[in-house]
Design a protein around this ligand. Structure first.
Ligand code: ADP
Length: 503
């Protein structure tokens, strides 16, 4: 009987399950969307029970699709939306409140408070994060403070906290395991990434009792076994990692200097920085990379807010495209953007600029600018923003970029990938299998149970789909980048005026 590895991919809008074989091929896949709740402007919630039921349903479905029994599943690996926060009763399993989703901004005020006495510096140094309402800490504090009785129950040891991996593990094992992995812990803003333990000083600051926290282990680790009643047998749960770290692992970026970029709605870039946790001067985050070792590697993380979202904007708001894939054809119809740049700073600019007041800007318009140029400028902007983050990563780490491995929906665009290679002057590698997040979770679990022998064996599975070589003449690259920097200055100048800082 051919054994398989199950990856549970619990995302922000859907739960998915993929069964992989030893070569990393997809044997079956099932997916189910679930409800998003927006109780107030800026608030986002999920129902924890729906997270669990949708995840369980797709797990069972993916097995049924190929007639696989529990004995055919060698191990389960979990990957999940990061930072999303759930508290539940350890005796009944009842959540005390909805899951507060990473996107939820309800605790922004608490972050402002931290800046007043400099505590945000302590957090930055210990957790590698720039304090923000995204991370779990203030979400836990909010639930303890606002849900009637929650504080008392937490103090009495009746409640448990978990990110989504922990919640799924606890349900899969029917309450036997309360655990998480280094990567998920590193996004709570409560975890010291240097000492690899929960930090008492930060816990005290947010008034969070240590007793509600899960135990923390490496990402590839035998956490426990599914209860026999859940999927028809006791299957080892042997992997857990936050989605971006799972993708880094799924791309086999095991070496220092290897980088992956996921081109989705936004872009998520992670660089493996090896044994050193590097503190960034450019506002990048320091985080733990997934692995099977008790002494994990670290990574630098940066993101681009508007990537595929810019293409959606062209399609849905501007009516310039009927689908995203069409953008490639339009870009290839013209030689360049006719001197035009679009800076899609719809909601401010992230690393390395960090300006929340910047707004979208179009510069260099002439009478000759046509729809094709407009579309091309929007796609090029994705590559320029990625180049900015990569440059910051190289500068902060002193590590030269080895390769850029890509995945995500917009990585399917050959024009974008070629322009990316040209503008960064590096080789862009797009693997055949772009389900790298699920694959990463599967690899971690498979390594922990000996399904795969070691990382070398896994590397063999990484197959090139298409490779894009840098082909742009240096002078042209420099001129284009210079123009981009000028365009960004225009977007920032707009913000300055709004701030009343200029003149
Ligand atoms: P997410 O996980 O953030 O929803 P996906 O990885 O599914 O994102 O990618 C979807 C994004 O990629 C959308 O924003 C879409 O506009 C963009 N996209 C998909 N296909 C293409 C394409 N061929 N060219 C350019 N952009 C694309």
């Amino acid at each position: 009987m051919r054994k398989l590895i199950m990856a549970l991919d619990q995302g922000t809008t859907s739960s998915r399950c993929i069964l992989f074989d030893k070569s990393g091929n997809i044997c079956s896949m099932a997916q189910k969307e679930f409800t998003q709740y927006y109780p107030r402007p800026g608030w986002v919630e999920h129902n924890p029970k729906e997270i669990w039921s949708s995840q369980l349903a797709v797990a069972a479905e993916s097995m049924a699709m190929i007639g696989a029994g529990a004995d055919q599943v060698a191990a389960i690996g979990i990957t999940n939306q990061r930072e999303t926060t759930i508290l539940w009763d350890r005796n009944t399993g009842e959540p005390v409140y909805n899951a507060v989703v990473w996107q939820c901004r309800r605790t922004s005020d608490m972050i402002e408070e931290l800046k007043k006495d400099g505590f945000h510096q302590i957090i930055r140094q210990k957790t590698g994060l720039i304090p923000d309402a995204y991370f779990s800490a203030t979400k836990i504090a909010w639930i303890l403070e606002h849900v009637p009785g929650a504080r008392e129950r937490a103090n009495a040891g009746e409640l448990m906290f978990g990110t989504v991996d922990t919640w799924l593990m606890w349900n899969l094992t029917k309450g036997e395991v309360h655990a998480t992995d280094y990567t998920n812990a590193s996004r709570t803003m409560l975890f010291d990434i240097h000492r690899l333990c929960w930090d008492r000083e930060i816990l005290a600051r947010f008034d969070i009792p240590e007793a509600i926290l899960p135990k923390v282990y490496p990402s590839g680790y035998l956490f426990g076994y599914t209860s026999a009643s859940v999927l028809g047998g006791r299957i080892p749960i042997a992997g857990a990692a936050g989605d971006q770290q799972a993708a880094l692992f799924g791309q086999c970026c095991f070496e220092q200097g290897e980088v992956k970029n996921t081109y989705g709605t936004g872009c998520f870039l992670l660089m493996n920085t090896g044994k050193e946790a590097i503190c960034s001067d450019s506002g990048l985050l320091t985080t733990v990379a997934a692995g099977t070792s008790k002494t994990p590697a670290y990574a630098l993380e940066g993101s681009v807010f508007v990537a595929g979202a810019g293409i959606q904007w062209l399609r849905d708001s501007m009516g310039l495209l009927s689908n995203a894939a069409q953008s490639q054809k339009y870009c290839e119809k013209v030689e360049d953007t006719a001197g035009m740049y679009i800076v899609p700073a719809f909601a401010g600019m992230g690393a390395p600029y960090w300006n929340q007041y910047a707004r979208g800007t179009v510069v260099g318009l002439t009478r000759g600018c046509a729809k094709e140029h407009f579309i091309r400028a929007t796609l090029e902007a994705i590559a320029y923003q990625t180049a900015d983050v990569l440059q910051a990563m190289e500068r902060d780490s002193g590590i030269h970029l080895k390769s850029l491995k890509v995945d995500g929906g917009a990585s399917a665009n050959d024009f974008l990938m070629q322009f990316q290679a040209d503008i960064v002057d590096t080789q862009v590698q797009r693997p055949r299998c772009i389900e790298t997040t699920a694959l990463g979770a599967a690899y971690l679990a498979g390594l922990a149970v000996g399904y795969w022998k070691d990382q070398e064996e896994i590397k063999v599975n990484w197959q090139m789909g298409k490779c894009f070589e840098s082909a742009m003449e240096a002078g042209r690259r420099e001129a284009l980048l210079k123009g981009w920097k000028r365009a960004v200055r225009c977007a920032l100048a707009w913000a300055k005026d709004e701030d009343g800082v200029s003149s």
